[in-house]
Design a protein around this ligand. Sequence first.
Ligand SMILES: [Zn+2]
Length: 379
Amino acid sequence: MMKSNLVHELSLYGMASDPIYVGTGGYTIGRVDNTIVRDPITKTPKIPGSTLAGVWRYYTVLKILAEIKKEQPTIEDLKKLEGKTLSEKIAKFAEEKECFRTSGENCRENSWKYFVGNILTSVNCAGQDEAPYMNTDEILVDGKNEGGSKRGHCGHCIVCKGFGFSKKDLSWQGMIFFSDLTILFFPVFTRWGTRWITTGEILQDAGFLASKNSPPATSCFVLGKWENQSKSGAINLGWLYLPFTCKEEIEEELNQNLKKVSGLPFTAEEIVIVPEGLFSQIVNSNLEVRTSVSINPITGAAKEGALFTSEAVPRGTVFRGNIRIFDKQCFAGLQEKIAPLPSYGDLEKALKEAGEFFNILGIGGMTTRGFGRLKIAFG
Ligand SMILES: [Zn+2]
């Protein structure tokens, strides 16, 4: 983790507990109808930061509501309170209720879920803003917003301030920045069982090896001693047959660094380092391809001509990326409407707790069809 006064960076790892499908929305490549998102340069599948941010935002709202829904006031309750602006009324409610906090101290619950603006958190704070034409104070306007159906982003809670919002009177960038998640280790079936492939460059970028250890263009490195294995030979990675040499000398360093990620399903002995130029080839030819057919609801049988295929990143794939939290506390005094801001610590806790939902509800498409669960770990 990198730390500076303004920007805190967290290393993020994601392990696919199910195949993961993050679709492009209707491209066909070869025999696959539903293709997944790929990096335009490396041609390997990725999970875009925008997907990650949107899902994380939703899960943060779920975490908050699960705990504090019963403590929240109705719009009517808020209207009755003293104060000219909505922020003043929120502060007043927090003072009376004593469980939401107006500052780091004096709070009954030392939890990010009781950040003062969360008095207004609703499910509308996730997803697209349904009412961007409203002002941040307009939730109190008579007749317009009753019932919560057209509330949109509230612009006051930890979700809106952390992930950003845009209302008529105020646009706020947010404080949490997500990178894309790219593949760190990818499982491939070999005659020795499952092995996880990666490259020297990926390992060095991830900080798992101090120096770059890339094999020549047409061979690979294996680590450790496998049963009946000599110092060199050949291994099949899917359909590709590659000569290998044993790189025992980096096994120890790699094993030490793998410990940074809790819950990895393998050790250095099961890693194969492939040439940079072959990585995307091997990944793309070992994706999970599933063939489905639409069912005719009347007959209950397969619909004519409705056969389609989808590709997905297989279970066991390990992704990496990072999250940067921009601590904007110093700006809060400059823009009255945005104060108070959640602290860096609150946002980190919120991300970690809400991140648990990725391994329960998943990310991407077909999550009700056995896809999408992702185990999140921070390094
Ligand atoms: Zn909100």
